[in-house]
Design a protein around this ligand. Structure first.
Ligand code: CA
Length: 244
């Protein structure tokens, strides 16, 4: 038996990097982008065609997709339209990459449902800035920006949570759960939606696991009174709200 293999297993860490799918048929660009994404702390996935991308997405719903407009077979534009027409991929942030500079094309790209648009050639700096901006807008729970809601504050970079000025200690799942709710306040989320956002949709976990972690999170927040910010909405799910 190889004991080394067991000791090498690390406990799961809170993963703040985003899973970013790069759909690009030019290998040099694909490699350059994915190297850069890795350096920026993200986890890149690659596909060289729209069909390969759809295949990839079936296994794992990425946090963001970079799509080249000109792809062999199905175009990037068509891929974006498809993703937007399916419930599972409807809300995935998408940035289009293209050599076309025409304003009309740019509009077409945005009308197809892309969140942003980058014209080739682009600098790595520009790409990183756009990715950050789109993630901040569409998926704030995976950025490292500190979040404040009422008397709660959470800092993803230092992994610290304060409630009413007191530091509280949370397990990794409760931390992610709180981060998600603090960046998505005043809206009800079902257990399935919470699983998708916090655990990732490729993980098959029972819905009542959500209840278990919500309970742990509430009991950690109880002393500060901040547990009241997290409401159970009967028959629907949970909501973080300032109105209680
Ligand atoms: Ca191309």
């Amino acid at each position: 038996m190889n004991l080394q293999a067991y000791t090498d297993i690390q406990p799961a860490e809170v993963d703040l990097g985003a899973h970013i799918l790069v759909v690009e048929d030019e290998m040099a660009i694909q490699e350059l982008i994915s190297l850069n994404l890795t350096q920026a702390g993200h986890e890149p996935l690659v596909a060289s065609s729209a069909l390969e991308a759809l295949d990839r997405i079936q296994d794992l719903l990425p946090d963001l997709i970079l799509v080249d407009w000109m792809l062999p077979g199905m175009s990037g534009l068509e891929l974006v339209r498809r993703l937007r027409s399916h419930q599972r991929t409807q809300r995935v942030p998408i940035i289009m990459l293209t050599a076309r500079v025409d304003e009309a094309d740019k509009l077409l790209g945005l009308e197809s449902g892309a969140d942003d648009y980058i014209t080739k050639p682009f600098s790595i700096r520009e790409l990183n800035a756009r990715i950050k901006a789109v993630l901040r807008r569409r998926a704030p729970q995976i950025t490292e920006d500190p979040v404040v809601f009422k008397t709660l504050s959470l800092d993803p970079a230092t992994h610290r949570v304060h409630a009413n000025g007191q530091e509280i200690s949370l397990g990794p799942t409760e931390f992610k759960l709180l981060h998600f709710f603090m960046t998505h306040t005043e809206r009800v989320y079902s257990r399935t939606q919470i699983l998708d956002h916090v655990w990732g949709d490729h993980v098959f976990i029972e819905e009542r696991t959500v209840d278990v972690h919500i309970r742990r999170l509430r009991s950690a927040l109880e002393a500060s009174g901040c547990d009241q910010l997290l409401q159970t909405v009967r028959g629907s799910g949970y909501r973080m709200t300032a109105l209680f």
